[in-house]
Design a protein. Sequence first.
Length: 154
Amino acid sequence: MAREPVLRDCLRMVRSVPVGESLGRPQFEAWIRSHAAGQFSESMYISFSHNLYATFYQFGYLGESAGKARSRIRPKIGISSATYAAFLDWLQGLNGLSLLHGIYSQALDIGVDDHLALLKAAGKQGLLKVAYSGGVLELGFPGFLKTDEKRLAP
């Protein structure tokens, strides 16, 4: 998802479907048709919708098949996923609690309290530096970047 904008854009559609609701390939086809209107042949829209549907199943946003659709579920998230999402949002210039609302952190599909708990656990494991007190969050990612690499925004 970090390298493919169409997946990030499609994630908004997937996350708009409440957990437990049905989500099928036709919804993915309707989404790609509106997202990339007039850009592809008929067979490509169908192929894209199949690929998007399978991808979001593999990502863990869709449960087992129930007829011709799958139910929307929350993906299983761990400390590593939360750390990587925070790092990607931090690279884009987000800081503090606003970082928890960045596109990659939102992709985790968890609440702020659960997200903070995962980040604190990552800090205890030494994956990143975490300071959280009085509603102020500060994250550091020592060793994540080489000396010649930098964030996209300060």
